[in-house]
Design a protein around this ligand. Structure first.
Ligand SMILES: NC(=O)c1ccc[n+]([C@@H]2O[C@H](COP(=O)([O-])OP(=O)(O)OC[C@H]3O[C@@H](n4cnc5c(N)ncnc54)[C@H](O)[C@@H]3O)[C@@H](O)[C@H]2O)c1
Length: 368
């Protein structure tokens, strides 16, 4: 199979979908890789590195898209890329379709076979291709949240670690999954006072066990959530209902009751956001203030730490992409149930039930 790696064009996205070592793995399996010139530059890989790994370099995005049977990307196709979508194409990337009707329409209309990294799911319910980016984004959330709290950004001027003789900042994390736990580790590590909320009792038990005294675990419901959000300097939204739009857990009224200059880092923005007041932002203009609260809602946070993120992402995606290349999409899905969950659009129809439900459409899987 011919695999194409275009340069990411989402604003300030510097990750790339495949490392040179990944390209070498495809070559070893008898496949061909076309990489757009400069695609790896933001992550520290030159065209020469890819050539040495057996890949061919193409000058234009059009040459990569048209020459490949499967496109590996990081972020969802941007409007300028829609024209490359075609019926026989396999697209494997983050999609987040539940929050994106326009892209869903393009993918169905153009009959692309589109797999979303974020819905590939193992038997135990875990999401192996979302996990590495959630780990990075969760850790980064505390770093950017601390920056939002700085006075020049409109923040309340609290240093999360506090200082000798001065109380630390209070961090409330909503959703104790992968991103939430990673945010919790970093926040507790700098000395902040951390509360983590979740709705899943076994998860709360697990968090309580492994975090020991580092954080307080709280069952999430309307009352506890409001109380913890209002008391926080920094709120981190990290909930996920796989494939579905994020539940809107924080109302505009609650935001108005938060501390003036508090910060909300809404990681769940890629699934629509946990707050009524959240709207997507970019790395170029990452924050805005609403109700006196500094909002940070960047949908591709790991893109600013491309070196770490590209390695973390490709470590996880490579084996799945190789399986598709080796066996073709339908056979790979028949062999690998986790990959089957990854299929979001096929043959003009929505293939993932939660995505279909979020968009009030019908799901139809090629494996049923
Ligand atoms: N913005 C970014 O750049 C970026 C990067 C990576 C991940 N993310 C997003 O971060 C979010 C979290 O991802 P994850 O991998 O940690 O997911 P996860 O599945 O590991 O964890 C989600 C947690 O949310 C909990 N939850 C569900 N409903 C809840 C509710 N009503 N109240 C409290 N908790 C609730 C679940 O029990 C689960 O523990 C996702 O939306 C993901 O797409 C964003």
């Amino acid at each position: 199979m011919v695999i194409g790696i275009p340069t990411e064009i989402k604003p300030d996205e510097r990750r790339v979908a495949l490392t040179p070592a990944g390209a070498a793995a495809f070559a070893h399996h008898g496949h061909r890789v076309i990489v757009q010139s400069g695609a790896g530059a933001g992550s520290g890989f030159s065209d020469r590195d890819y050539r040495a790994a057996g890949a061919r370099i193409a000058e234009s995005a059009a040459a990569v898209w048209s020459g490949a049977a499967m496109i590996l990307k990081v972020k969802e196709p941007q409007p300028a890329e829609y024209r490359y979508l075609r019926p026989d194409l396999i697209l494997f990337t983050y999609l987040h379709l539940a929050a994106d009707r326009r892209l869903t329409r393009e993918l169905t209309r153009r009959r692309v076979s589109a797999l979303g990294y974020e819905t590939v799911q193992l038997e135990d319910g875990s999401l192996p291709l979302l996990a590495p980016m959630s780990e990075v984004a969760g850790r980064l959330a505390v770093q950017v949240g601390g920056w939002c709290l700085q006075a020049q950004n409109g923040g309340d001027g609290v240093l999360l670690s506090g200082a000798p003789g001065v109380r630390p900042g209070k961090v409330t994390i909503i959703g104790g999954g992968i991103a939430g736990l990673n945010a919790c580790r970093v926040a507790a590590g700098v000395g902040a006072e951390v509360t983590i909320l979740d709705v899943h009792p076994p998860r709360l038990r697990y968090l309580s066990d492994i975090l020991g005294g580092q954080a307080i675990t709280v069952m999430s419901n309307r009352a506890t959530l409001e109380e913890e959000v209002r008391a926080a300097d920094l709120v981190i939204g990290a909930v996920l209902v796989p494939g579905a739009r994020a539940p809107r857990l924080i109302s505009a009224r609650t935001v108005a009751k938060m501390k003036r200059g508090a910060a909300l880092v809404d990681l769940s923005i890629d699934q629509g956001g946990v707050s009524e007041t959240s709207r997507p932002t970019t790395h170029r203009r990452p924050i805005y203030i609403r109700g006196g609260v500094v909002h940070y809602c960047v949908t591709n946070m790991p893109g600013v730490v491309p070196h770490t993120s590209t390695y973390a992402l490709t470590n996880a995606t490579l084996s799945y992409a190789l399986e598709i290349a080796d066996h073709g999409l339908l056979d790979a899905g028949a062999r690998n149930r986790a990959l089957r969950h990854g299929l979001n659009v096929h043959d003009g129809k929505i293939a993932h039930p939660a995505v279909a439900e979020s968009l009030r459409m019908k799901a139809a899987s090629p494996w049923n």
